[in-house]
Design a protein around this ligand. Structure first.
Ligand code: SF4
Length: 138
């Protein structure tokens, strides 16, 4: 099986704060399979560490009020192109991220409030018919 995952789940330090979201369950599930690790925010050109961002009124904005939507869309498109080329059987993405979140994301107020809905990359992959699972469900 071919599995695409958020790179931070594999322990890559690509998270906004310079850390990772290493997830032993996801790593265990990937054992013996072909894995493609992607970080849409880095692929969109954002640095690590970076100012955290959330989605407000449908666009990505960081905690300093600066739009990072263009970078988020570029990264999402890059992930989509890889997915279209590699045709992964399963995509597992990090929970609650404004890029990778599948089921929930923060509401754009930077107050820790969650709302239903996907991040920009997850939404794009779902729209194209890929099987996308939230890491929290593994
Ligand atoms: S954009 Fe996705 S892969 Fe990159 S750090 Fe955030 S959750 Fe992880």
């Amino acid at each position: 099986m071919k599995i695409m995952i958020s790179a931070c789940l594999a322990g890559v330090n690509c998270k906004y704060n310079g850390g990772s979201n290493r997830n032993e369950r996801v790593i265990g599930l990937c054992a013996g399979h072909q894995v493609i690790a992607v970080c849409p925010e880095q692929m969109g050109g954002l640095p690590t560490p970076r100012v955290p961002a959330e989605i407000r009124n449908g666009t990505a904005v960081n905690a300093e009020g600066i739009s990072v939507d263009e970078a988020f869309r570029r990264g999402a498109e890059a992930c989509l192109q890889i997915a279209l080329r590699e045709r992964p059987d399963l995509i597992i993405l990090q929970s609650r991220s404004p890029s990778c979140g599948v089921k929930q994301r923060y509401d754009g107020t930077f107050s820790g409030t969650l709302v239903d809905g996907s991040g920009i990359t997850a939404a794009l992959l779902i729209r194209h018919g890929f099987r996308v699972v939230d890491a929290g469900d593994i």
